[in-house]
Design a protein around this ligand. Sequence first.
Ligand code: FES
Ligand code: FE2
Length: 363
Amino acid sequence: MHPIASLDDLKPDATRGAVYGLPARWYHEREIYQAERRQIFARTWQLACAESDVAGPGDYLATDVAGYRFFVIRDRNGHLRAFHNVCPHRASTLLEPGRGRCDLLRCRYHGWVFDGAGNLRRAPDFGEAEWFRKEDHGLKPIRVETWRGLVFVNFDPEAAPLARDLGSLPETVKDYPIESFTKVRQAEFEMNCNWKTYTDNFVEGYHIPGIHPSFNAVIDFSKFETTHADALVIMTAPQKNGSIYGGMWLWGWPNYTLSVYPTGMNCSRIVPIDEKRTRLVYSFFFKDVSAAAAEANERTIETNCAIVREDFGICEHAQGNLEAGIFQRGPLSPKHETGVRYFHDGVRRALGREGLREGDWLA
Ligand code: FES
Ligand SMILES: [Fe+2]
């Protein structure tokens, strides 16, 4: 019989009250990553883009998460739709990653043509076959919902509505006019680390003095606080003069971030590419997008990107040691790493028995 009897046993060292991070092998083993694809990424709402990215009829945005390629498109009638970016004929990808506009989508492999509502319109030169009906071979739709100017998708037809799964986010940012900001830039970074290595880093401020000296100089680190609410980690710190930050950084389950500052906001997607590689997709939004504000906006973007680069330097470094087989798991600070613990609890719950191996949990 399996030694793990109930989900309570998934709590690390439950008997001693000690709190440790996830086992090192969870940061690089393919089998864990495959379980995460099924249990997390195939089932949760995924931030896809801004509504302004797909503003007009035919506008689309194609991207991916954890190997699932998908796209969001506004159809001819103005309805927002999302589909797996996979041709239902023989599995070619329909749209290259990125933004674009089209009326009809044509697969480059054998030329099948679909409309923006996902219907198969033509299957050229397919031949006569009485069993083949075009209406049975449209694109595979996925759920799409919007919240305050942001577009989310979910591959799971049974998933709860977005508003429920956003948890505490709507309440936390209710006083910020986020839908009035204009998206001006998207920046992408690729890192050689597991998506959780980067997420662990994002949900704690413990590393700020060591890794981000210039950021540390404009916040009162002694008052840095980390709390968590439903599906959200909230980090706050008082700002000193000259800070461009708003003093609140949010991370939402399982892989998006949102930070609001006095002049706008940014949000990011933490996109697993495989078990050892992650892409960050940052979107920057501003209140004032006039020429007069351009320089200050650029500085804000550059300051944020510099911090991200500092983060991925240390994350890639730690990833090497997570893979090397010496480090097993480390203790989490009750003062600074409650966000890490909250994130890890979510991963443990999602994976359940799929992640277990005897000895992972019990000291
Ligand atoms: S795979 Fe798309 S037309 Fe054949
Ligand atoms: Fe950081």
